[in-house]
Write a protein that binds this ligand. Sequence first.
Ligand code: FAD
Length: 313
Amino acid sequence: MAKILIVAEHAGGKLNPSTAKCVACASKIDGAQIDIAVFAADGAAVAAEAAKIQGVKTVLTVNNAANAEPLAAVLAPQVAAVAANYTHVFGPSTTFGKDLMPRVAALLGVGQLSDIAAVEGAYKFRRPVYAGNAIISVEAPQDKKLVATVRTASFQAAPQGGSAAVEAANVSASLPSHTRFVSRSAAATGRPDLQTAPRVVSGGRALGSADNFKIIFGLADKLNAGVGASRAAVDAGYAANELQVGQTGKIIAPELYVAIGISGAIQHLTGIKDARTIVAINKDSEAPIFEVADIGLVGDLFTVVPELEKALG
Ligand code: FAD
């Protein structure tokens, strides 16, 4: 039977929705036992949240002052130690998981399976390759521990309503001293987080300047949406780096994605292929974005967007 350990992602005493998505992925493996491990300085609040996810048997809290910040180098030996009792170790395909899980795999002496997008069996999964242009089936060796990241955009969060046991776990692992937390700098936008927002409005090169890009923020505010950008807009300095959507930016799966002045290059589309409804505004009716858009509006964004904003009240 598969015994799956999921490493909880959390910040500020709150569980990140990526954890419930990993549970949804793990639940697709027949008969699997699913446990979550919370590594924190004091993980009580996060563990209580994790215990409510349906399908979870036990939540292990590993409290240690060294876990106050999620440093991959510090967490990896602890995750590897807890993993001794498990057949599978899953983490999300987010910045957190992509930093941590390869280190865990290395410590356990196995390769990492990246970006699970669908489950075909306990050791057989589907994952995207070539920037999402192809999907392959991969099979991992059953006699080794399976360390994997889960493509969070491919799974709906497992529902609430569970009542898992919460247990404190003692982990003996020697922690490295070569890495220490210095400071965190994050832009506080006051807007919904791009990676978890149900609605996202993105702007592309067509905006022409950082000042013009404010039109995107205006519409996003009306829709209570997160803001994204194409790489061309980021490279040109119209939008901040962390707003980039796509192959080398964020992979997102909002209910509504509004692409404004974005041509629809494959590297951008990779980041939005799991969005439920795609709306495109572009003055070129031949733009590739219209091939994937559910709703398309051909027009000049500088006319259309203010009109749209006005209509939203
Ligand atoms: P453009 O392709 O220049 O498109 C601008 C669009 O705006 C055009 O369709 C035009 O018709 C329209 N337009 C112009 N004026 C107006 C107007 N007034 N009103 C309405 N529409 C107008 N790109 C990403 O986005 N994310 C990534 O993560 C990413 N990763 C990459 C990784 C690699 C390895 C490589 C090689 C490329 C990557 N790219 C990525 C870049 C990608 O190939 C495109 O260059 C980029 O997405 C183009 O951005 P854009 O659509 O904003 O600009």
